[in-house]
Design a binder for this molecule. Structure first.
Ligand code: TXE
Length: 479
């Protein structure tokens, strides 16, 4: 299957005819081609967006909202089809694509379709000066949205929906590793009646297509989710051009477990926060710290539960972990497991590649639990982004806070305790953009989403996203 670029409402070949392979990770085989778009393709997409902007930016909020709601409905109507496409492209269990990825893509459109109708601007009366200020929030113009492979349609639409709801026109690039559902979104947008050129999707490699979007003089804002090194590179390129930047980068999140937590619920959720989507979620709690008094019990129960997870063909209903997204990624994750013992770690479970009958060339890995002695080891400091977690005991609140914060990342943290005072103390001190207490991945789309330190700059979600995708202008009137 050959994917094409979606520009000005049409599906077109890349200008210079260059294509790259698209893999099905569950069988380790090429199943299609995608454009490796050049500067010329990005320019075509930009021109279409620029032309659409004057009308789209003046389209009433009611009309924008109506179209976005239609996109949301169509995604829901095509849930099975889109979920199957996502699973084939990414390797994730079909059950996950059906319950998380595709429903959330629909919710993203529905949420911002509604949010834009409620988005306020500010007014400030300058008391005693006989002046009144009000702030306009105008769309920026043409904006760039670049997304990763782990939650393909979910994260792609998380950027596009607020961008177009706010009246911008978009040049978007999904990950070259998982382009399929973004391609299918183009058809849905046409069916929903989104005017031509409002959304343009160019496919290709980061260094070429992505770089061309970031370097484009007239693309005024970049919303990016992906690796920290790529985020730093994008910031270096875009900052001297004074572009607005939102960078949602990696995580190395602590999962802190106290003995007073609801044990069974903590255990079941910890299995999910460790291995959902094969551990390829930037919010996974990959560093597990357990209070000493329950450490041995937790270790036994956790390993027991993990040992029952089924690694298998992602299309099988009873599969818990599907394939990792690509061969290079599988090798990267495996390389961390290989250094575990050198670093003084002990593999309590997993660590090996899995051969799945009938899919022998797929990229499968066991869920892996490694006991470590020292938070400063590579395994606890670098983002592995796979089905690998470490566990380590702690004695005191102060000690575990130090472990939790002693890392370059600061995306999310999970805390398991029923002690209210401790909850209040620790949530104040944890260096993270998101802290979950007695839960994980519970998302309310109105809340700010993003990280501190090497996990990024800026916040997505709710009005934060609409603020990012608009330019405020204050008008001051003296009377
Ligand atoms: O990310 P990249 P990759 C982390 C995770 C993973 C690592 C690398 O640790 O192992 O990032 O994954 C585009 N200009 N996360 O290689 O390369 C690229 O084409 C413009 C965390 O997938 O950062 C893709 O569309 N764009 C993350 C997107 O950037 C460029 C989720 C992300 O690719 C570009 C995924 C450039 N110079 C990986 N280079 C999370 N926090 O959710 C690449 N791209």
């Amino acid at each position: 299957m050959t994917i094409k670029n979606y520009i000005n409402g049409e599906f077109i070949d890349p200008v210079d005819g260059n294509y790259i392979d698209n893999f099905n990770p569950s069988i380790g085989e090429v199943y299609g081609q995608i454009p490796n778009s050049s500067i010329e393709d990005v320019e075509l997409a930009y021109k279409a967006a620029k032309e659409a902007f004057p009308i789209w930016s003046k389209t009433t909020l009611e009309e924008r909202s109506r179209i976005l709601l239609k996109v949301a409905d169509l995604i829901t109507d095509k849930l099975d089809f889109l979920a199957e496409a996502e699973t084939k492209d990414n390797g994730k269990p079909l059950s996950l694509a059906k319950t998380i990825d595709i429903p959330r893509a629909s919710s993203n459109f529905r949420f911002f379709a509604n949010a834009i109708t409620q988005f306020p601007s500010e007014a400030h009366e300058s008391v005693g000066l006989n002046a009144m200020n009000f702030t306009l929030r105008h769309p920026i113009g043409v904006v760039g949205c670049i997304s990763p492979w782990n939650l393909p349609l979910y994260l792609f639409t998380w950027k596009i929906a607020p961008a177009i709801a706010a009246g911008n026109c978009v040049v978007a690039k999904p990950s070259e590793v998982t382009p399929m559902t973004a391609y299918l979104l183009g058809e849905i947008c046409n069916e929903a009646g989104l005017p031509k050129g409002v959304l343009n999707i160019v496919h290709g490699l980061g260094q070429t297509t992505g770089q061309a979007i970031v370097e484009h003089q007239s693309i005024k804002a970049i919303s990016f989710t992906g690796g920290t090194a790529t985020g730093a590179h994008i910031a270096r390129t875009a900052a001297p051009m004074f572009k607005k930047l939102s960078l949602e980068l990696g995580g190395k999140n602590p999962n802190i477990i106290f003995s007073d937590a609801d044990y069974d619920e903590m255990l079941a959720t910890t299995v999910k926060s460790s291995f959902a989507n094969q551990g390829q979620i930037c919010l996974c709690g990959s560093r597990i710290f357990v209070e000493e008094t329950i450490y041995e019990k937790f270790k036994k129960d956790f390993v027991n539960k993990v040992s029952k997870l089924k690694v298998g063909n992602p299309f099988d209903a009873d599969t818990n972990l599907g394939a990792l997204v690509s061969k290079p990624h599988l090798e990267k994750v495996k390389s961390y497991i290989d250094i575990a013992e050198k670093e003084g770690g002990k593999i309590l479970f997993g660590g090996k590649k899995v051969t799945v009958l009938g899919s022998e060339n797929g990229y499968y890995l066991q869920p892996t639990v490694i006991e470590i002695q020292d938070n400063s080891c590579k395994l606890n400091q670098e983002e592995i982004f796979g089905p690998v977690v470490t566990i380590m005991p702690f004695k005191t609140e102060e000690e575990v806070l130090e472990y939790a914060n002693d890392v370059s990342y600061g995306l999310s943290a999970t805390l398991w305790t029923n002690n209210l005072n401790r909850t209040m103390r620790m949530t104040q001190e944890l260096q993270a953009g998101i802290v979950w207490v007695n839960t994980w991945l519970l998302r309310d789309l109105r809340t700010p989403f993003g990280g501190v330190k090497a996990s990024g700059v800026g916040r997505e979600g709710g009005f934060e996203a609409l603020r990012f995708f608009t330019e405020p202008k204050n008008i001051c009137i003296k009377y």
